[in-house]
Design a protein around this ligand. Sequence first.
Ligand SMILES: [Zn+2]
Length: 101
Amino acid sequence: MAFNPDVKRKIVRDKKTDVHHPCLMCGAKHIRPDAAHIIDEKEWKSKDKKGNDSKFNGIPLCPNCHRVFDEVLRPRLYKALQDFGATGLPSKWERNNKISV
Ligand SMILES: [Zn+2]
């Protein structure tokens, strides 16, 4: 799912200059950067008192880095944090959240 348009704008655009932020991971400037959820939308909303999206749960990423974040980085972070003893981790981080062939 996607952020609502107002929240997405806050994540991907600089408020003062109205220019898109570069990708947070690789620094590339993209004509239409993604607003990637850090915590999956459904899981985030289940914890938010009002069930809302938040700009604090999103990062601007280019499409390539968005895929790497979702499919590779989050599961690796989950494993490392779990092995370190962290608890209460986002359940969706455990596995790749996309279906890859
Ligand atoms: Zn990138």
